[in-house]
Design a protein around this ligand. Structure first.
Ligand code: AMP
Ligand code: MG
Length: 285
């Protein structure tokens, strides 16, 4: 049974799933896989699906109060301007902040560097009932770190297996992981960076270093390919989301989260008190 809006001809979690053999080079960032509608349809659907997401999140949270230890972890990875911040604002932002644990991962601090790279990740995991949101993640440790040779190849090379084992540990412990690789095209990135430079209200998002990373695009494509090839596992598969059309990527990722929550088969926890007794007691006061 599905309550997926009719414009979705294919469920996003299947149509966007990374499949062995898929190549990053072949991704059309402008495409809208599985969606037959257009931009004009998006606001109405987004509003309705934001509401659904909020309802399911509240249910997850409510169940944790009743002892359910499960949680969800959304991992957002993508080049600058892919729209990670927009997902946080327009998708995750629909949910009650009480049940969200949001963390963005930038260049490690001195303290973080003195620990294993998963240390800061472990410190940011969602607890029972929460949706954890990673804006960048441990995958930076096999993306920018690989592209920029921040550690030797044998060190980053060993991390794929380590990450798979780490994520297995998380899923075994009751965390459903939703991994989203957000792909923007080189041309669209240029437009978005140019816009940031035109608008004083966007300067804060601009970082001169973004151009340096942009110059390494082919190396990043290779590094993303390796991530998808090596870390798309049964317990934590990757989803590949085209992001040149923000309205599409937001709709799609909203659905990926809804699907993850639905897979938990949640319902409202039963009262652990006698409802009729309590009504009667309330009447007396
Ligand atoms: P932003 O997300 O725009 O604030 O940028 C954060 C920057 O930190 C990006 O350029 C990331 O690639 C970089 N970054 C994140 N994690 C790491 C890491 N583990 N090592 C080095 N750089 C990182
Ligand atoms: Mg940035």
């Amino acid at each position: 049974m599905t309550d997926l809006p009719a414009q979705w001809t294919h469920a996003p979690h299947t149509v966007l799933a990374f499949r062995p053999g898929d190549t990053v080079a072949a991704i059309d960032a402008n495409a809208t896989p599985g969606f037959s509608g257009n931009k004009a349809d998006a606001p109405g659907i987004q509003a309705q699906r934001n509401e659904r997401l909020a309802e399911l999140q509240e249910m997850l949270y409510a169940n944790s109060r009743a002892g359910d230890g499960r949680s969800v972890l959304l991992i957002l990875q993508g080049m600058d301007t892919a729209g990670k911040g927009g997902i946080v604002k327009h998708v995750v932002g629909a949910a009650n902040p009480q049940g969200i644990r949001y963390t963005s991962f930038g260049a490690p601090t001195a303290e973080e560097l003195s620990h294993h790279y998963l240390w800061r990740i472990r410190n940011a995991l969602p607890s029972a009932g929460q949706i954890g949101v990673f804006d960048r993640s441990h995958y930076e440790d096999v993306l920018i770190v690989r592209v920029r040779n921040l550690v030797p190849p044998d060190v980053w090379g060993a991390r794929y297996d380590e990450i798979n084992a780490f994520e297995k540990e998380l899923t075994d412990a009751g965390t459903t992981i939703v991994k989203v690789a957000m792909f923007v095209s080189l041309e669209e990135q240029k437009r978005r960076l140019a816009q940031r430079l035109e608008r004083p209200d966007k300067y804060w998002k601009y970082n001169p270093g973004d151009i340096d990373e942009r110059a390494l695009w082919p190396a990043y494509q290779q590094a993303y390919q390796a991530v998808l090839d090596k870390t798309s596992t049964a317990h934590a598969p990757w989803h590949v989301v085209p992001c040149d059309r923000k309205w599409y990527s937001r709709l799609a990722i909203n659905e990926l989260l809804i699907e993850a929550l639905k897979s938990l088969d949640l319902s409202w926890p039963a009262a652990d008190f006698d409802v009729e007794d309590e009504k009667a007691r309330l009447q007396l006061l």
